[in-house]
Design a protein around this ligand. Structure first.
Ligand SMILES: [Zn+2]
Length: 335
């Protein structure tokens, strides 16, 4: 493993020499699928999202927009593999997008959230309340018996409850006289295992078993405040590595070391992108300086209104703008 030595935007790369994974050109049996670098984009003919498939690793963007985009439903992800599914982030507009895709928050059995902004966690209160109070009549279980899994760390689970969720959830009932609810009354907390040796906090976790297992690493990133120079001085935020094939940046400022250590070997890098340099996300201009071999497998998401008219990603060597579920899904065929 190499570490990028660049500390600013000078081009001073030491990209590691790991081979980019063999791509999947021509593997698809699915009609009309479009081959992209290292994956297939499969059009969505049914106007729904299915939480099961035949076993390929599949990614649906519920939305591809930024926090303030008037359309595009923020940027939340659904990952499916065989019988397993995982939602990454559940923002304030997610339940509407889920409804349009034929789902409700009650269908989401596994959730991982990248940080505490409302476009990433704003739908969690509904997710928790429906699990506790709607599930008994819909799933035929006792109150509190159905508790979907929240994949996180012990530290962030505490922050999430104390700083964001507690006000809306603690007072719903008293399970015993004087005992109000806690996060674990709503969800099954699943903490990742710390993985040393990466130079920043990394936790490993898994959803599903056997051929349907989705292997995950969450990696600390540098998102807020905008003055933060590294993950060490930033509030909690993480990117996600999925099956060592997909890098999902989460929200982060431009971070060469993060890309070098965790993205170089992945088939695809989904990276957040804003239309100006500064602030708390990587900008289009900053991402443009990356090597060609990285950009050609980089798909840009978390998009502000109007960015599609402002820049041409293909002209700068990127794989393109991310597309949401109505258009289709990204499929990574089994090897
Ligand atoms: Zn954010």
């Amino acid at each position: 493993m190499s570490v990028c030595s660049a500390t600013n935007l000078t081009i001073n790369f030491y990209w590691n020499q790991k081979r980019v994974q063999a791509n999947a050109f021509g593997i698809s049996k699915k009609e009309h699928a479009v081959s992209m670098p290292n994956n297939l984009f499969v059009p969505n003919a049914q106007a729904k999202i299915h939480l099961r498939n035949e076993g390929d690793l599949q990614v649906w963007f519920l939305g591809v927009g930024s926090a303030f985009a008037a359309s595009m439903f923020q940027s939340n992800l659904i990952v499916v593999k065989g019988d397993s599914h995982l939602m990454i982030d559940l923002g304030s507009k997610a339940s509407v997008a889920l409804h349009e895709a034929g789902l409700t928050t009650l269908d989401i059995e596994n959730l991982l959230v990248t940080h505490s902004h409302a476009d990433h966690i704003g739908g969690m209160e509904e997710w928790c309340l429906r699990a506790r109070y709607a599930a008994p009549s819909i799933k035929g279980c006792a109150r509190g018996e159905y508790r979907p899994a929240l994949l996180t760390t012990a530290d962030y689970g505490h922050i999430l409850w104390e700083c964001s969720l507690r006000g809306g959830l603690e007072h719903s009932e008293e399970t015993q006289p004087g005992r109000r609810l806690s996060l674990s009354d709503y969800v099954s907390l699943r903490y990742g295992t710390y993985v040393p040796g990466f130079g920043r906090p990394v936790y490993q976790m898994k959803v599903g078993e056997g051929a349907s297992a989705i292997e995950l690493k969450i990696v600390r990133t540098n998102h807020i405040p905008d003055t933060s120079k590294s993950w060490q001085t930033a509030f909690y935020s993480v990117g996600v590595i999925i099956d060592e094939r997909i890098m999902f940046s989460g929200d982060t400022m431009f971070d060469l070391e993060f890309l070098d250590v965790f993205g170089t070997h992945c088939d695809v890098i989904f990276h957040d992108c804003q239309d100006f340099t500064g602030g708390v996300h990587a900008s289009f201009e900053e991402l443009c300086i990356l090597p060609k071999k990285i950009k050609k497998k980089m798909i840009l998401y978390h998009l502000p209104d109007g960015i599609h008219k402002k820049f041409d990603p293909a002209a700068h060597g990127f794989a393109g703008w991310a597309k949401a579920w109505r258009d289709g899904s990204y499929v990574f065929p089994r090897r």
